[in-house]
Ligand binder design. Sequence first.
Ligand SMILES: [Zn+2]
Ligand SMILES: [Zn+2]
Length: 343
Amino acid sequence: MKVVRVVGYHQDLKLEEAPEPTITSPLDVIVKIGAAGVCRTDLHILEGQWAEKSNVNLPYTIGHENAGWIHAVGDAVSGLTVGDKVILHPLVTCGLCRACRFGDDVHCEDSLFPGINTDGGYAEYIKTGARSVIKLDPSLEPADVAALADAGLTAYHAVAKAARVLRPGNVVVMIGAGGLGHIGVQVMKAISPATLIVIDRNPAALKLAKELGADHVIQSGDDGAFIKEVQSLTGDRGAEAVIDFVAEGGSTSTGIRMLRQAGNYYVVGYGENLNIPTIDIISSEINFIGNLVGSYNDLAELMVLAAQGKVKLHTTVYKLEDFQTAIDDLSAGKVRGRAILVP
Ligand SMILES: [Zn+2]
Ligand SMILES: [Zn+2]
């Protein structure tokens, strides 16, 4: 089969021939790839940023946002039939460790991450485990949802966590209305009665956020006037929750100033350091909450919203062979929505 592989860091990906994956364990599942999302993490992998963390042997096949059709299943797999449309939770988990038993798939103690530390979905077929497979509603196609497997899942995980404690009349601020943020807006409006304020530097992103249901959109800038706007929209108390999809370029220091007493600050993006006097933390009782990808159940719930038409993803389709164009376009900021590769 055709695969697109990392052959070396700081080198271009390479299209190669490789044997199809085979069932070697009773809970293995082989999926015929319908689409694989092209993610900024793929660029970071090529830059070598993941080399030490993943410890992967080169060459290997990247692609961690995968959906397709069941191709083969191991002896112990039930409930899946060849040809079923599926999306894959990004990790292959053990099901036996303490984290797995809490439904906290991301922190499994014995997991594989196809596309990161083992062969992924820039290919015609991928091997995963039965625990990672979610069947799609008949109304959904693999290419419509593949990119929700990571970007969408991460947004859902953070937004659903915030929504669980938000009440009618509460206010939530989202910083960043890009790839993750525009999914976050749709999820928040679908599952929470809280008033949603979206902040971004980019007027086009704000226009989209408004179309997707944001109650208020505010353009951020260097003068900090947007903080005053948030304060006035919250009766000078601040928001119950701030969800930061950016966490770069000073967004956290301004974001914290929009939070009310005992509010929750959800960190999703990463890059900069939090800088806040500890006395401000104790006196205000604000909470900082980290968010990493999402669980199997998060992805299953997100697929319900997708099937209900409440979460839609704009995608730009490339043939698998045109992987380099997709990578170059993503790198140059030329992709509208999310890029996907289709074999
Ligand atoms: Zn990704
Ligand atoms: Zn586990």
